[in-house]
Design a protein around this ligand. Structure first.
Ligand SMILES: Nc1ncnc2c1ncn2[C@@H]1O[C@H](COP(=O)(O)OP(=O)(O)OP(=O)(O)O)[C@@H](O)[C@H]1O
Ligand SMILES: [Mg+2]
Length: 214
């Protein structure tokens, strides 16, 4: 599916800036070390085996460090939602389902690009925490995941047939997952509700409003 490039968020801009600094600073210095070590091997008059070995080791370490720095730069530049919300989530959800031996009945409809990047990131985080909770606590056989994008926003549902829990006692305290999901939804101009009872599975429903306020 062809997808428009998403507008970078402030956090993404920061990461890209850091990536540029690393690339232009650290990576260049490391490549300088490599070149100097190679040159030293050539200019030293009849180097002993020990010297050759140490120089080779320096070059090896510097190259390894370059590969590592390159990996970090690449990681910093990649947005978690490079292909858009639905495409990225489909991949994540299917991977999650096969790792947890859980059937995920998932259906996404509409255009995810009605949401701004930060709203897509909110949906991404909410769904992932919802499914992580299913994996950690629910002992479910099946999970239903529905995401429906409209011009006005995104509606989502995560329903599992697991052990459930009694609601009130578990909000807040040392558990931040559900609370964080609710905060994410509220910050994205929407809401999130949790319905659950022991033995009766858990249903999470949320709405994120599309576009800017006002
Ligand atoms: N799908 C679910 N099925 C059964 N119990 C759940 C489910 N989701 C949440 N719970 C219960 O609600 C509690 C709070 O969930 P929450 O995500 O806030 O915290 P947590 O998963 O325990 O810790 P974390 O802060 O790492 O997310 C869980 O400890 C669990 O008892
Ligand atoms: Mg959790």
């Amino acid at each position: 599916m062809e997808h428009e490039r998403l507008e970078p968020t402030a956090a993404e801009e920061e990461r890209r800036k850091l990536a540029r600094c690393l690339h232009d600073g650290l990576c260049q210095l490391l490549s300088g070390i490599c070149l100097k070590a190679e040159k030293l091997e050539r200019v030293v008059d009849q180097p002993t085996d020990d010297v050759k070995r140490e120089l080779a080791a320096i070059q090896g370490l510097a190259r390894e460090a370059m590969v590592e720095a390159d990996r970090v730069v690449r990681g910093l530049r990649e947005s978690p939602l490079e292909g858009g919300l639905f495409t990225t989530l489909l991949r994540w959800v299917d991977q999650w389902g096969s790792e947890h031996h859980t059937v995920v009945d998932r259906a996404f409809s509409g255009e995810d690009r009605v949401l701004l990047t930060e709203q897509q990131l909110a949906a991404y985080d909410i769904v992932r925490e919802g499914l992580r909770n299913v994996g950690q606590h629910a002992h479910a056989q099946r999970v239903l995941l529905r995401l429906s994008a409209f011009k006005t926003g995104l509606h989502g549902r995560i329903v599992d047939d697991g052990v459930g829990f009694s609601n009130a006692s578990l909000w807040g305290r040392s558990h931040f997952g559900l609370e964080g999901m609710r905060e994410r939804a509220q910050l994205a101009g929407g809401w999130l509700s949790v319905r659950s009872r022991p033995g009766g599975g858990t249903q999470i429903s949320f709405w994120l409003r599309a576009g800017r306020e006002g």
